[in-house]
Design a protein around this ligand. Structure first.
Ligand SMILES: Cc1cc2nc3c(=O)[nH]c(=O)nc-3n(C[C@H](O)[C@H](O)[C@H](O)COP(=O)(O)O)c2cc1C
Length: 157
């Protein structure tokens, strides 16, 4: 029977399994950063858009205020260690591309890295942002898409 409870119990029943993504951004002083994300979604068919929700304390938040581009990366199963690392360390302290030995090709929009092992990558330009409590929702319009049909999508369980 359904009962009134707290958010933690209710959300705990539904939040896994979940797709995760990585977002690539440009660091203000040079280089690139990666963040692991669970809070992302497609928000428009035409033009195609994705939204990502980024905590105010994240280095990625700082990066996106300076450079209005991100690559949304849907990772393959072999990228699980990279997602763990990018979700537990900050680009303020380490170079996650170097640390994770990420192989990439250069994107076409703002020349952000496109990881070679990804299942899909969407090169986005931020067109609007909305404050949402302790996060900011950055909405990006997709300019270029990449796909790797041989790879299997990573799902967190
Ligand atoms: C599975 C997973 C999902 C996450 N989802 C989000 C998210 O949607 N938004 C967010 O701001 N942080 C999320 N995080 C936390 C960030 O990835 C983490 O704080 C990261 O170290 C921030 O890196 P940065 O400081 O280089 O930006 C998630 C972490 C994990 C492991």
């Amino acid at each position: 029977m359904i009962k009134k409870t707290d958010l933690t119990e209710a959300y705990g029943l539904v939040h896994l399994p979940a797709k995760v993504a990585l977002a690539v951004t440009e660091k203000p002083k040079g280089g690139y950063n990666l963040i692991t994300l669970e809070w992302f979604m497609r928000t428009s068919i035409q033009p195609p858009m994705f939204a990502i929700s980024i905590g105010h304390t994240r280095y990625t938040h700082e990066c996106l205020q300076e450079s209005r581009y991100f690559n949304l990366v849907l990772p393959s199963v072999e990228m699980k260690p990279l997602c763990a690392m990018a979700g537990s360390s900050s680009g303020r302290e380490i170079d996650k591309f170097e640390h994770g030995k990420v192989q990439f090709v250069w994107g076409k929009l703002h020349k952000l890295p496109v990881p070679k092992d990804a299942v899909a990558v969407f090169e986005c330009e931020v067109v609007t942002q909305v404050r949402s409590g302790d996060h900011t929702i950055f909405v990006g319009e997709v300019r270029y898409s990449w796909a790797n049909p041989d790879k299997k999508l990573l799902v967190y369980t």
